[in-house]
Design a protein. Structure first.
Length: 479
């Protein structure tokens, strides 16, 4: 037997709504049934009580009426009185028969039987007087005295009927409490099923949404290799296929972009190499001696050729850093040693400007690409040197933070303007502080550094500081 699976997201929502509502509807139906039962039982109890009270009181009144007629008959001896007394007797018999369905109590049943026997005895005895006029008056009075017992019995029947009413009300209260407890347990169980269905359908509904969300996040992060796979329902699965088509298209465009940049950089490097070679020949005066103005022009050409070459290399490196499908060689690296080496490379610039260095390095080994990590710290430290004033201070602090290594690079320069903080890692972006720099950069250093750190599953962040720029690099420690 194949389980039902909704073919669309809308059908899945409707199915979830149905299953979530089903226990609540069941609880509502059960509550209505219980309330209907209690209402019916209450109505029956009220009518029974009214009928019982009315009947018992009627019996007491009929007995009084019968006694009055019997005593009149005993005095006058008229047949009409006897006939009326017999009619009253028949009404009493009918009233006693009406009480038979209420005889759930043995005490009441016994009282009714006793009253019935004594009342029948009186009627029989008085009817025999009509047939035997010579019956002793004392015997007649003795028979009529039984009505006192009947009066007491009728009072006892009224009291017993009242007690039956009280017992029935008590039983009704007990049933109400029992049904209330039953309803509470039943509702609690059904609410538990409702919560269970909510959890199940939330998981079912959120699963394809999460798959789509993760697929979009991967595309946003530049991961064009992991396929976008949505399991079901059918319409969201079709959307997943469209996203996967977009992934393949973006992957193709990314590769074409890398190829284009590689071709352009190659086409630029060839004439640039020729220009540099020509500038070198002029600088060495192999084509003849030069005056001072000519030497100055050659120096400007050489400087800008180097700058252009560096810019081309940065563009190539930035595109390679964004290419997630290119494997990078990784091996154990002593991070403290690598940072010390980068600091040594900038030692001359630091000494020339009398900048104070505060370096605190803890021995840490990570698994990574040495060339990329060296580029990261070289960019950060070179920026710190570039923007720090003469006789300023640069702080570099490497420490362990759980299973991760964190390196803080801080300078005492002008810092980064608030409006530039969100765009500081954007390609080719140069903040306001770069205008004051002695050597103007390409605006790709931080963008490349962030991509390289991302390739190592780390993070590069700009921290808030009272003065100067503060960059924090976080990398995962080996093992």
């Amino acid at each position: 037997m194949r389980l039902y699976r909704p073919h669309s997201f809308f059908a899945l929502l409707l199915t979830g709504f149905f299953f979530v509502s089903l226990p609540l509807l069941t609880a509502l139906y059960s509550s209505v049934q219980i309330l209907d039962g209690l209402m019916l039982q209450s109505i029956v109890a009220v009518y029974r009580s009214v009928d019982m009270v009315t009947t018992t009181r009627k019996i007491a009144e009929l007995l009084q009426d019968e006694e009055r007629k019997a005593r009149v008959f005993n005095v006058l001896g008229e047949p009409a009185q006897l006939m009326e007394m017999n009619e009253t007797h028949q009404e009493i018999v009918k009233a006693l028969e009406f009480l038979i369905p209420f005889n759930s109590d043995k005490e009441l049943e016994q009282l009714i039987k006793e009253l019935k026997l004594k009342e029948n005895y009186i009627i029989t005895a008085l009817n025999s007087v009509a047939d035997d006029p010579d019956m002793n008056k004392n015997e007649q009075e003795e028979v009529l005295s039984i009505y006192q017992d009947l009066s007491k019995l009728s009072i006892s029947i009224v009291k017993s009927s009242h007690q039956l009413m009280i017992d029935e009300v008590r039983a009704l209260k007990q049933k109400v409490n029992k049904d209330k407890e039953k309803l509470i347990w039943q509702t609690s169980g059904l609410i538990s099923f409702t919560i269970l269905f909510i959890i199940i359908f939330m998981a079912l509904i959120s699963k394809p949404i999460r798959q789509i969300n993760k697929g979009i996040e991967r595309l946003g992060d530049g991961d064009f290799e992991t396929p976008v796979d949505v399991s079901w329902p059918r319409d969201l699965k079709a959307l997943g296929r469209q996203l996967d088509w977009l992934r393949k298209r973006l992957a193709k465009l990314d590769k074409e972009k890398i190829k284009l940049v590689a071709h352009i950089s190659h086409d630029l490097k060839t004439p640039l190499s020729s220009i540099k070679e020509g500038v070198s020949l002029l600088h060495d005066e192999l084509v003849g001696p030069m005056n001072n103005d000519q030497k100055e022009i050659v120096g400007i050409l050489d400087k800008n050729c180097s700058k252009l070459q560096k810019l081309i290399e940065n563009i190539v490196n930035f595109n390679l850093a964004q290419a997630r499908d290119i494997p990078y060689e990784k091996h154990p690296i002593k991070l403290d040693g690598l940072i010390s080496e980068v600091v040594s490379d900038h030692r001359n610039s630091i000494l020339a400007r009398n900048i104070q260095l505060d370096v605190q390095l803890v021995p840490i080994e990570i698994n990574g690409n040495e060339e990329q990590l060296k580029t990261v710290f070289d960019n950060l430290i070179s920026n710190a040197v570039k923007f720090s004033p003469d006789e300023g201070t640069i702080r570099i602090k490497l420490k362990k933070d759980g299973k991760r290594a964190s390196c803080l690079v801080e300078d005492s320069g002008p810092g980064i303007a608030e409006e530039d903080r969100l765009r500081i890692f954007a390609p080719f972006f140069q903040g306001k502080g770069s205008e004051k720099a002695v050597i103007k950069g390409s605006g790709l250093g931080l963008a490349i550094s962030k991509e390289y750190v991302h390739n190592h599953n780390g993070s590069l962040r700009l921290l808030n500081g009272k003065k100067g720029a503060r960059f924090l690099v976080t990398l995962q420690i080996s093992g």
